[in-house]
Design a protein around this ligand. Structure first.
Ligand SMILES: C[S@@+](CC[C@H](N)C(=O)[O-])C[C@H]1O[C@@H](n2cnc3c(N)ncnc32)[C@H](O)[C@@H]1O
Length: 384
């Protein structure tokens, strides 16, 4: 999409063309005819009109109501989910904030709800114009994030993490790079969103003294946010578990008690949320809920009760793992459908499921994990 497309989309004619296109299916089998209809109204801007409609439809789950927004497909893919943006904004309430990689404004929308002054900027002029249209309460302009252009209390940055269709994990390969952002905003409050798989322990070893926040939404780990400057709690690692419903979320901190010793399995197995695991706070979570580890290096926990709101697995049978023994046990129990969860056991669940060739009428979850040197299998019934 170019500047001329964008200018057209912002006119009354453009908005009308989008409204017409939105009444079309735009499905694979209707696309040819639908493009013809849109071309009749929007001429050379037909592609941009169709992209708007498709991007808005796709954006709905991630961004909620984007009626009237101007978007591109790629920008929607890169955008911060609304629940995560709102979580970050709540922490910054009452502060002035500058989002220096604002793209189409997904974070700006959350920030203007709670912050008195919100500035957005992006290197891409089309995206910056979209953000200005989408979030009129923010001041938006084109700027390089590496040149400070405001005196906002807090700067947030979400560097582009894709190149040639690949996802980048190393924050130094992102645009802009993490070290360049830290240099540009040294001493100021800065939040940099990075890939959830970032090696945050390695980052600490190379001198990062700020706060690491690993955020998950509805069970999927979405990002690692690196906080530095006055807004950060130095040295803290935090796991933030968000639920789209807004209920049942929680945080775990590296400063929480975490004295737990490995013990044999109790009544249930519990797998902590991915944010807790990635943050390295499994023992902290266990201590909070009276759970214990089966092995100090494995994230599965056990206990006599499952924490409220979490999925646990009631243990029906515990056995030393062998494929032959597991197959015999599952067949004896008339199991046909099996969910296989595994950690540290070197087992490929999909390949194992195929090889087991089960045909029974019951379903079961099998947890296969290493405890010390022994690989164990737990036949379980999920609590939900
Ligand atoms: C992952 S997107 C940001 C998404 C945004 N947080 C949201 O929720 O919509 C990254 C953005 O950084 C912008 N960008 C890349 N390098 C930049 C730079 N040096 N200065 C400013 N923006 C830059 C890209 O144009 C892109 O819009």
């Amino acid at each position: 999409m170019d500047g001329a497309d964008l200018a057209y989309l912002r006119t009354a004619d453009g908005a009308a063309a989008v409204a017409v296109a939105d009444r079309l299916a735009l499905a694979d089998d209707t696309l040819l005819a639908d493009v013809g209809v849109v071309r009749g109204i929007a001429g050379r801007h037909a592609g941009a009109v169709i992209e708007q409609v498709r991007a808005r439809r796709r954006a709905h789950v991630k961004l909620g109501d984007v009626d009237g927004w101007l978007l591109t497909d790629e920008a929607v893919q890169q955008a911060t989910p609304t629940a995560v943006a709102e979580h970050r904004a709540r922490r910054l309430a009452w502060l002035s904030v500058h989002d220096v990689t604002c793209s189409i404004g997904a974070e700006l929308r959350a920030l203007v709800q709670v912050c008195p002054r919100v500035v957005g900027s992006d290197l891409d002029p089309v995206r910056a114009r979209m953000a200005a249209h989408n979030v009129p309460r923010a001041l938006v302009y084109v700027a390089d994030a590496l040149t400070p252009t405001s005196s906002a209390d807090v700067v947030i940055a979400d560097p582009a993490r894709r190149a040639d269709g690949r996802r980048i994990v190393d924050p130094e390969q992102c645009s802009p790079a993490l070290s360049a952002l830290h240099a540009a905003y040294a001493g100021r409050s800065l939040a940099v969103k990075t890939a959830p798989g970032i090696d945050h322990a390695g980052l600490r070893r190379t001198g990062f003294g700020g706060e690491v926040e690993i955020v998950s939404l509805d069970g999927g780990v979405r990002e690692a946010c690196l906080w530095s400057g006055p807004v950060a709690v130095p040295g803290l690692t935090r796991a933030t578990v968000l639920r789209g419903s807004g209920r049942g979320g929680y945080e775990v901190f590296s400063t929480d008690p975490h004295e737990v010793e490995p013990e044999p399995a109790g009544k249930y197995l519990v797998e902590p949320d991915g944010a807790v695991i990635r943050a390295g706070l499994v023992r902290h979570y266990a201590a909070r809920h009276g759970l214990w580890q089966l092995d100090p290096h494995i994230a599965y926990l056990s206990g006599d009760a499952v924490p409220a709101g979490e999925r646990g697995f009631e243990i029906l049978e515990e056995m030393r793992y062998s494929e032959k023994g597991l197959r015999a046990e599952l067949r004896a129990r008339d199991v046909g459908a099996v969910e296989i969860l595994t950690r540290g056991a070197g087992v490929d669940p999909d390949a194992l499921r195929k090889r087991l060739r089960l045909q029974g009428s019951q379903s079961m979850t099998v947890v296969i994990t290493r405890i010390g040197r022994q690989v164990m299998a737990y036949l379980t019934c999920p609590t939900r």
